[in-house]
Write a protein that binds this ligand. Sequence first.
Ligand code: NAG
Ligand code: NAG
Ligand code: NAG
Ligand code: NAG
Ligand code: NAG
Ligand code: NAG
Ligand code: NAG
Ligand code: NAG
Ligand code: NAG
Length: 329
Amino acid sequence: MRIPVVKIGAAALLASSTSAQLYPGQSALNHTCQLQKPLLSCPSSDPSKVDSCCVETFGGLLLTTQFWNTYTGGETEGQLLPKDTFTLHGLWPDFCNGTYTQYCDLTRQYDPIPSPNTTTGLPNGTFVPPYNGSNIGTFLEPFGRYDLLEYMNAYWVAWRQDNPGFWAHEFSKHATCFSTFNIPCYGPQYRLHEDVVDFFETAIKYYKRFPTFKWLEEAEITPSNKTGYTYATIRDVLFENHGGVPFIGCNGPRYNTTAAGRAANSTDSGFTALSEIWYYEYAYGRPQEGNTIPTSAAPTYLTNCAKAPGAINYYQRSNGSERVPSVPY
Ligand SMILES: *[C@@H]1O[C@H](CO)[C@@H](O)[C@H](O)[C@H]1NC(C)=O
Ligand SMILES: *[C@@H]1O[C@H](CO)[C@@H](O)[C@H](O)[C@H]1NC(C)=O
Ligand SMILES: *[C@@H]1O[C@H](CO)[C@@H](O)[C@H](O)[C@H]1NC(C)=O
Ligand SMILES: *[C@@H]1O[C@H](CO)[C@@H](O)[C@H](O)[C@H]1NC(C)=O
Ligand SMILES: *[C@@H]1O[C@H](CO)[C@@H](O)[C@H](O)[C@H]1NC(C)=O
Ligand SMILES: *[C@@H]1O[C@H](CO)[C@@H](O)[C@H](O)[C@H]1NC(C)=O
Ligand SMILES: *[C@@H]1O[C@H](CO)[C@@H](O)[C@H](O)[C@H]1NC(C)=O
Ligand SMILES: *[C@@H]1O[C@H](CO)[C@@H](O)[C@H](O)[C@H]1NC(C)=O
Ligand SMILES: *[C@@H]1O[C@H](CO)[C@@H](O)[C@H](O)[C@H]1NC(C)=O
């Protein structure tokens, strides 16, 4: 289950500071990961005993998340979905027990619409101030990474929000909760926003490994506004390709409220429109290196989709909402 928890433990252990950073007071020296053992991220290691820049000690359960949307809401501004491809949602660091926290370093708060609006999602959590500076896409320009920006605009496409606002949300809510993307990890010559570039590249590295559309297509599961698909079929195809059982997310009406569900007197109240896939992994050493092993989503939260035969709609995109991407996947 994705239950957010109040952040305590490791951060409190290293320093007692009011600044909302993962490991306040961490040194920028001596993070040569080549000299460290690339330990597995789960079960997590004690950050006082290993270099948390070289081993993920905070959020060791990595989730590569992808969306299937049928439109963006930004079509008139040219914000279109990549044809025949799921879009990148993010790369999330859950705790090894499946809970998670968010907005771990408010000095790197670039999200214009923080959601939730406090660090805990509770009224007594620390307020996350909405960001109002230059959009996060502009951070790539001093690095000359226009190719990265083009790729992100092709495949990391937001739903009912502008793309940079969404990338900033993913960075500030999730990337700041990885130990290995902490600023001291980049050494004393850290360049402003180097961590942002590193995170975007890493999220793409994982995204490219899991070509959901292609995997489903190879099993003759393709978008259709006529045919429904069965949860177990989709799950098995993705499991065979990835090696772990991913979380499969749906939205839309509940099956028991649809014409088909009512006709069958179904008690299956799962949702019926395929919308998201989350792949789970553990990493050896820095997640940036991509040396991972697959694992499965928690057995208690494998899907919120309907399980009745043929109950899942994998909808075709709306006319005018997709394009052939300008750069290869
Ligand atoms: C960095 O490594 C050097 C050489 O091992 C050592 O002398 C120094 O104390 C270390 N500094 C920190 C902050 O770890
Ligand atoms: C899960 O792990 C985190 C981090 O170690 C810890 O803070 C939290 O209390 C744990 N939650 C449960 C339900 O065990
Ligand atoms: C957070 O959002 C909720 C719901 O919109 C609102 O009621 C609350 O006042 C907000 N909290 C803060 C700290 O802004
Ligand atoms: C914040 O609120 C939650 C739920 O209302 C409560 O369980 C928790 O103890 C509160 N935390 C603090 C620090 O007051
Ligand atoms: C922009 O955000 C900063 C930091 O949260 C805040 O101090 C400032 O008032 C904001 N400016 C506007 C125009 O909202
Ligand atoms: C569908 O199932 C949900 C959850 O069990 C239930 O609350 C709802 O009343 C059901 N709706 C119909 C139309 O059966
Ligand atoms: C559904 O329930 C109704 C009323 O109880 C019954 O008449 C009908 O035969 C049932 N349909 C199916 C497919 O079981
Ligand atoms: C397919 O159905 C979805 C959901 O109703 C709709 O949003 C989309 O526009 C449809 N696509 C086409 C090509 O008709
Ligand atoms: C989308 O375009 C196709 C082919 O031109 C057409 O058959 C279909 O009715 C359109 N769908 C919608 C929702 O406009």
